[in-house]
Design a protein. Structure first.
Length: 157
């Protein structure tokens, strides 16, 4: 028959007994010196305890994450504005190349290719304006989210 034993070790077994415990904050004595230990002393961490955070987080994101999000939002806005400008330039070039007036016989339709403001360009212009509004909205939402999370201004650059 095997005997199963239970070994119970005291927390002071590793420190050499109670005399090796660190002094309390108030009273200055050793924990085992018979000085009473108050409950509020047990609820506080010792002064020697430090936690060093490698990368602080605000709203679950680090400084690098916040910067990447703002850079991406600004890049999307710049891209949308650049595409809108390209469409506007194309409309201007089309309008300049065809002239302001067209003479057509009665009942004849101007083809879409001949139209200075063709349907394709006006639709593309409308879509590009919507893209710019959406990108501005996304940047504003990100800024509001950062404000609510108390993200410092230098994390947004």
């Amino acid at each position: 028959m095997l005997g199963i034993g239970l070994l119970v070790m005291s927390p002071w077994a590793f420190t050499g007994g109670m005399a090796a415990a660190e002094p309390t904050e108030e009273g200055g004595g050793k924990a085992g010196s018979g000085a009473p230990i108050r409950v509020d002393q047990l609820l506080r961490l010792p002064r020697s305890f430090e936690v060093k955070v490698a990368d602080p987080r605000l709203a679950g994101a680090t400084r690098k994450d916040w910067r990447e999000r703002f850079v991406a939002a600004r890049a999307a806005l710049e891209k949308a504005q650049r595409e809108l400008d390209e469409v506007r330039d194309e409309i201007e070039q089309t309008a300049e190349s065809t002239g302001g007036w067209k003479m057509l016989p009665p009942g004849a339709d101007m083809s879409a290719a001949d139209s200075p403001l063709s349907y394709r360009l006006t639709q593309e212009l409308r879509h590009r304006r919507e893209d710019v509004k959406e990108a501005e909205h996304q940047l504003t939402e990100l800024d509001v989210e950062a404000n609510l999370a108390a993200v410092p201004q230098d994390w947004r650059e």
